[in-house]
Ligand binder design. Structure first.
Ligand code: NI
Length: 183
């Protein structure tokens, strides 16, 4: 596999704070290529030999704004138990329902735009149902849970200019941890 030539913005870049715009269809060839590149990048970042060869940080999701384009698109690449990958391409997402229960990643959330250690927890819904458009503009619905639900909420935040660190109070980074379930 060849590493796609994409540049991921760092948190200091103000573009990450922009609210991304709704996508109109059909997608351009360039958008489709960028989506494919983001997926390939994430996949390679999760394969140890490429991670090492290209000095990558493993990542599960990328929002389009992270490569500088303010459109409401994100991709998530999930490694399955048989070591194959499942891709999610999500356009114009809306959370239509969510669980009462909230969870957080015990070791902390990560983001390919945050290049430093950040301590603290980010409470997220344990399950969410999302309505979105696929690559052809068809309306779809998906229900996700646990780590994938967290990834979806993290990426939707990016579309609204929000980073996971915004949810953490630096003076009390583990605030209310006992109220939520750790995963
Ligand atoms: Ni992120």
């Amino acid at each position: 596999m060849k590493l796609p030539n994409i540049t991921i913005l760092d948190e200091v870049d103000k573009r990450l704070r922009k609210k991304s715009s709704e996508v109109t269809f059909p997608l351009s060839t360039k958008d489709k290529q960028n989506i494919e590149d983001m997926i390939t990048y994430l996949k390679m970042s999760q394969i140890p030999e490429y991670e090492e060869e290209y000095d990558l940080r493993a990542g599960m999701g990328l929002a389009y704004i992270q490569i500088g384009i303010p459109k409401r698109i994100f991709v998530i690449v999930e490694e399955l138990e048989d070591e194959s990958f499942k891709d999610y391409i999500i356009i114009n997402p809306k959370i239509i329902s969510h669980s009462e229960e909230m969870i957080y990643v015990g070791e902390g959330e990560g983001c390919l735009s945050i290049n430093r250690e950040v301590e603290g927890i980010v409470p997220r819904f344990a399950r969410v149902t999302i309505e979105y458009l696929d690559l052809d503009g068809n309306t779809k619905r998906i229900r996700v849970r646990e780590d994938i639900a967290i990834a979806f909420q993290h990426e939707i935040d990016h579309l609204n200019g929000i980073l996971f660190i915004d949810h953490i109070d630096p003076k009390n980074p583990y605030k209310n941890a006992e109220k939520y379930r750790e995963i």
